[in-house]
Design a protein around this ligand. Structure first.
Ligand SMILES: Cc1cc2nc3c(=O)[nH]c(=O)nc-3n(C[C@H](O)[C@H](O)[C@H](O)COP(=O)(O)OP(=O)(O)OC[C@H]3O[C@@H](n4cnc5c(N)ncnc54)[C@H](O)[C@@H]3O)c2cc1C
Length: 379
């Protein structure tokens, strides 16, 4: 049922090789120094990763969601920061324009986003509107042929390297969620301030920053889609993004599992490899089983999306299960490494730090449980 096509296998192999040769040698250092992998971003652009699912006439490769998920998973096996840089660019920064943009907007922005000339970012979260993203306080006031945008966003991935940032803002307070719209901001617009890079626990090489908007004049043609659709648009965007976070989480879990398995066969205590102790072998068995289950959930959500069927509940399930599985697996991987697992010389402590945010970003675990429970209880 879950057989991959020749094309999907080929892309996975290409990215696996790239990650091994170009990312693995620098991943630990980039994490330590909290440095954005600009050189590798250029190389990933040459591989065509930034335009992966988008139409060929805008410079994309029109590949399916399964292929996208495999790419995100392979990158995350080696470095979660590389993976989220590509994942956020595709799911959050570029997909809104591909899904809801006018022909003019697509022609203007998609080619540079697909080629990786610049990255895409998505600004939804605000200091006072996180899980409750409908509570956005940023405003966009109509003014002739423009909107004047004021407010702020926090934790925005790829912000400093983006050419476009999709932001949500309230245009009409009286209409509630229907008064929220999304706008395309361009790099360099007057009044757009991008703050310094956040110092994070994990995803340290990924670029995360706050934004502030001081009377930005945005032409009306930068409104994304029909007026009043902003809230519905970003709910749909997040559904797709959750498949990406599931794949990223799975990649981290697999990396931790492989490291722990190899270590358990080498490390000797009481005159035997520790893998010969049932306590360790059972931990590895649980890790392998959960990764297998997570892969099925992730691929199922990807395939439903590719088939044009409803996939929001399945995407939430995949994201919730895989992110919590990444936390459990990385915790066990450190346990299997004993004291060495706590030391930076071994990669499992990085995997552990990189896994935690997967339970928070693109909707916390609590929000995923709300999405799933609402869906299963609705009839
Ligand atoms: C590294 C990083 C990258 C990010 N990238 C982006 C990005 O590119 N674009 C973007 O817009 N945002 C981004 N975010 C923001 C991220 O999506 C939010 O942090 C997340 O949605 C949670 O919002 P919050 O931090 O305000 O937490 P809060 O919403 O304040 O939640 C705090 C706690 O309360 C719980 N909670 C809240 N509401 C409920 C409820 N109704 N029922 C039960 N529990 C509840 C939450 O689950 C959580 O445990 C990023 C965050 C980080 C850390």
């Amino acid at each position: 049922m879950f057989e991959l096509t020749e094309d999907q296998l080929q892309v996975r192999e290409m990215v696996r090789e790239f990650a091994k040769s170009e990312i693995a040698p620098v991943a630990a250092k980039l994490d330590e120094d909290s440095t954005f992998p600009i050189e590798n971003v250029k190389k990933m652009a040459e591989l065509g990763l930034f335009g992966l699912p988008f139409p060929e006439n805008y410079g994309g490769s029109e590949m399916d969601t399964v292929t996208f998920s495999l790419v995100i998973e392979e990158l995350a096996k080696v470095c979660a920061s590389h993976s989220i840089t590509v994942g956020a660019h595709i799911s959050l920064g570029t997909a809104p324009i591909a899904m809801f943009g006018s022909d003019e907007q697509k022609e203007k922005y998609l080619p540079s986003l697909c080629s990786g000339e610049y990255l895409g970012a998505f600004g939804l979260t605000e200091p006072n509107a996180g899980s409750d993203s409908g509570g956005t306080q940023t405003t966009a006031v109509p003014d002739g042929n423009n909107y004047i945008i004021n407010g702020s966003k926090i934790f925005i991935t790829n912000a400093a390297y983006s050419g476009t940032i999709i932001v949500t803002a309230v245009t009409d307070k009286t209409k509630g969620k229907k008064g929220i719209n999304a706008f395309i901001l361009e790099r360099g617009m007057k009044g757009l301030e991008i703050a310094k890079k956040e110092e994070k626990m994990g995803w340290r090489a990924s670029d995360t920053r706050a934004l502030s908007f001081d009377n930005i004049v945005v032409p009306k043609e930068n409104l994304l889609g029909d007026s009043g659709q902003g809230f519905v648009q970003f709910m749909k965007i997040l559904d797709g993004g959750r498949i990406g976070v599931a794949a990223l989480s799975l990649g981290i879990a697999e990396a931790a599992y492989e490291a722990a398995k190899n270590y358990s066969k080498e490390r000797q205590q009481f005159g035997k490899p520790i893998s010969s102790f049932q306590a360790i072998a059972f931990m590895l068995a649980d890790m392998a089983m959960e990764i297998e289950a997570g892969r099925h959930l992730m691929l199922n959500a990807s395939r439903l999306k590719d088939a044009g069927k409803p996939f929001a509940t399945e995407a939430a399930m995949a994201k919730l299960y895989c992110s919590e599985l990444a936390m459990r697996t990385t915790t066990k991987a450190i346990q299997i490494h004993g004291g060495y697992g706590y030391i930076k010389e071994y990669p499992v402590e990085r995997y552990f730090r990189d896994a935690k945010i997967c339970e928070i970003g693109e909707g916390t675990s609590e929000i995923q449980r709300i999405v799933i429970s609402r869906s299963i209880l609705k009839d």
